[in-house]
Design a protein around this ligand. Structure first.
Ligand code: MG
Length: 444
């Protein structure tokens, strides 16, 4: 058996039940911890399956994805070329009142009575029915995550009872590549869950209420709360419909996209400014200096450092690799004493963080320049997700806090701090056509 398949089989933990059991509250933050919690939970549910199984729903875990597969009695769960994919909340179902978030497992009803009829018809016409939903509330790292997961599974069981056709549901529990508009779920589905059949994108579609429609898209209508469902379909390259368009034949409403659009990133910017003849990135080898970077995490600093400075002989000081600030300071002192130029490749948002290094340079009588990476927070966050999404060895995205800390500490670098010059570095995407395509997807 091929290693990949073997690994997948080990990873897959199949659970046969609708509802869960009462279990201890877990709190965890890291992916590893989350994994452990979910795997433990999977076993608990499995052992009680006979008591609770009303419908046959197999709950599977894949990284931060919770997958429910409902198989109607006598049905074979087959791969199909045409995929009818749906968001869940406010697309197929809604709460029983005017409140937005469900109160418990029973707080749901079909968006309208056409929904189950239409889904059944699609299934009979040969579509595979899947639901794709962002459900970070189910995350085991959240205080109420365990309770919410139990309720969610219970609710899906009720939906399955009511619908009574085979379907799959994919719930993204974390802020990673599985969360819409990112297409980790779709890719996983296409590669691993619809085996042996190539998906026909032209005949497949996604329906969701996060359609980015502007106010008054139909008379008196308020704007959609977000646009992630439409972006999700666009990222995949399949047709998209808002629920009103799909179930009620409503006219297509005007919409606009919000958030960072990588396709609009200017491509003809200079690598750095000012780019006068006196400015150069790396000084000749016989001159010694210190370069201090300032910039968001994931703003391209390390790639830049390697390409333009480290390869030119600068000593690379980076806290991700050296681990502590003390080690960075020591590496910096050693380099300057040996008359080697050095680049401080950290985010260095605050005046204080930069002063520690500037003081060392002063003591050694070495000039200091600041390279300020001008990538906006939105671009840096995009890069963060791109790296995660595009990584083969599963680079995890940096958490929000990494960006928030930078913002809270940021103080614009000024010459008075002791810099000879402050050079602005622009972000320029580097990659082949395939990588550019991945970079150009919507990530938020
Ligand atoms: Mg929705």
């Amino acid at each position: 058996m091929d290693k990949f398949v073997q690994k997948k089989q080990v990873e897959a933990e199949t659970i046969k039940t609708v509802s869960g059991t009462k279990r201890k509250r877990h709190r965890s933050n890291s992916i590893e911890e989350m994994d452990a919690v979910l795997k433990k939970e999977a076993k608990v549910v499995e052992s009680t399956s006979r008591v609770f199984s009303k419908n046959v729903i197999r709950w599977t875990l894949h990284n931060s994805l919770l997958i429910g597969q409902y198989i109607k009695k006598g049905d074979n769960f087959e791969s199909r070329a045409n995929i009818a994919a749906f968001d869940l909340d406010d697309t197929l179902i809604t709460t029983k009142g005017v409140h937005r978030f469900p109160k418990d497992a029973n707080d749901w009803k079909w968006l309208n009575k056409k929904v189950p009829e239409r889904l059944t018809k699609l299934y009979e016409e040969g579509y595979k029915i899947i639901m794709i939903s962002n459900q970070s509330v189910l995350n085991p790292g959240k205080k109420t995550g365990d309770k919410k997961r139990t309720e969610f599974k219970n609710k899906i069981g009720q939906i399955a009872d009511s619908l009574n056709i085979s379907f799959e549901i994919y719930a993204a529990m974390a802020y990673d590549k599985y969360r819409k508009p990112m297409i980790g779920i779709w890719n996983y589905f296409v590669e691993n869950r619809n085996v042996g059949v190539t998906v026909d994108k032209e005949n497949s579609f996604y329906v969701g209420d996060a359609a980015g429609r502007i106010e008054n898209w139909k008379l008196g209508a308020s704007s959609d709360w977000t646009d992630t469902d439409r972006k999700f379909a666009e990222n995949i390259g399949i047709n998209f419909y808002a629920p009103e368009e799909f179930f009620d034949n409503a006219e297509v409403g005007s919409f606009s996209y919000k958030g960072f659009d990588p396709k609009k990133l200017p491509r003809d910017v200079p690598l750095f400014t000012p780019s006068s003849s006196s400015s150069q990135l790396a000084l000749p080898a016989d001159q010694c200096e210190m370069v201090i970077f300032v910039g968001y995490p994931a703003s391209g600093k390390s790639t830049f450092a390697k390409k333009w400075l480290v390869d030119a002989g600068y000593v690379h000081v980076n806290q991700d690799t050296l681990k502590t600030k003390q080690k960075c300071i020591r590496a910096c002192e050693t380099a300057l004493k040996e008359n080697k130029s050095v680049v401080i490749d950290n985010t260095n948002p605050s005046k204080e963080s930069r002063k520690q290094y500037i003081d060392i340079a002063k003591q050694c009588g070495v000039p200091v320049r600041c390279f300020w990476f001008k990538a906006s927070e939105a671009l840096a966050r995009h890069n963060n997700m791109y790296r995660h999404f595009n990584s083969e060895n599963e680079i995890q995205p940096l958490p929000d806090i990494a960006f928030n800390v930078y913002n809270s500490k940021f103080f614009e670098p000024k010459l008075e701090e002791g810099f000879q010059e402050i050079i602005h570095i622009n972000f320029i995407f580097e990659g082949n056509d395939h990588e550019r395509k991945i970079f150009n997807l919507w990530y938020s």
